[in-house]
Design a binder for this molecule. Structure first.
Ligand code: ADP
Length: 217
């Protein structure tokens, strides 16, 4: 049975970077519900995308049934046989039983819940100034760029952009949602004996080493 790994962490904890390495180093199929929601919203013909917009524009979570639909349709389309990485689903306590059913339906075996843990102040600093290259997808930070060329991607030269939800007011709102909704889910997975806590200030590559070591153990 292919395996599923759950990755948890506050906004800015580095889930996206760790997920990218798990894809390239270990062949995971990556389900990012956030990316899938943004993809649906960019598609003007998507009714699901239109339902997400009012919540996303306020920095709120989308309702559980929409998140489930997004995850379900992604898993139905995935390549068979590969391990799957769930990033962004489940996101609150109510979504945990939805995830249990989802994994069973798609015949996936949950092999661990990995939580990237970091102090909130560090995460806010990371998110403020985060820049994305729309062309080569490089994720960088204003503090790492040459001040005279702050708008250009250092890898491919395309114009860098901020993610719309990386504005300070929305960052605060996302952190609040995380504290209130995702925090209790961490406790639930700990109680179930499935939680593996990882220090988010380790390098992404070390974090991936730790995850893969736990998976074979
Ligand atoms: P971040 O974790 O940095 O906030 P994501 O890309 O994971 O970014 O998600 C962006 C937004 O998409 C979230 O703030 C939330 O509004 C929405 N979202 C993603 N996954 C879910 C989910 N499982 N349930 C509800 N909303 C979700």
């Amino acid at each position: 049975m292919p395996r599923a790994l759950i990755l948890l962490g506050a906004p800015g904890a580095g889930k996206g970077t760790v997920a990218g390495l798990l894809v390239t180093r270990a062949g995971f199929t990556h389900l990012s519900t956030g990316d899938e929601i943004r993809r649906e919203m960019a598609d003007s013909s998507s009714a699901l995308g239109r339902r997400c917009r009012p919540y996303m524009d306020r920095g709120h979570f989308v309702p559980d049934d929409i998140a489930l639909q997004i995850a379900d349709s992604f898993l139905a389309r995935r390549p068979p046989g590969k391990p799957v990485l769930l990033d962004g689903f489940p996101r609150n306590v109510a979504q945990v039983p939805l995830m249990d059913d989802l994994l069973q339906r798609h015949v996936l075996d949950c092999c661990g819940v990995f939580w990237l843990n970091a102090p909130e102040a560090d995460l806010v600093a990371r998110l403020t100034g985060r820049l994305l290259c729309p062309s080569c997808k490089l994720l960088t930070h204003a503090s790492q760029l040459d001040p005279s060329r702050r708008d250009d991607c250092p890898a491919c030269g395309a114009g860098l952009v901020s993610r719309p939800d990386d504005q300070p007011a929305l960052i605060a709102e996302r952190m609040r949602s995380y504290r209130e909704q995702t925090g209790p889910m961490v406790d639930l997975f700990r109680d179930r004996g499935q939680l593996c806590e990882l220090p988010a200030d380790e390098t992404p590559s070390r974090l991936v080493d730790m995850i893969l070591a736990r998976m074979v153990a």
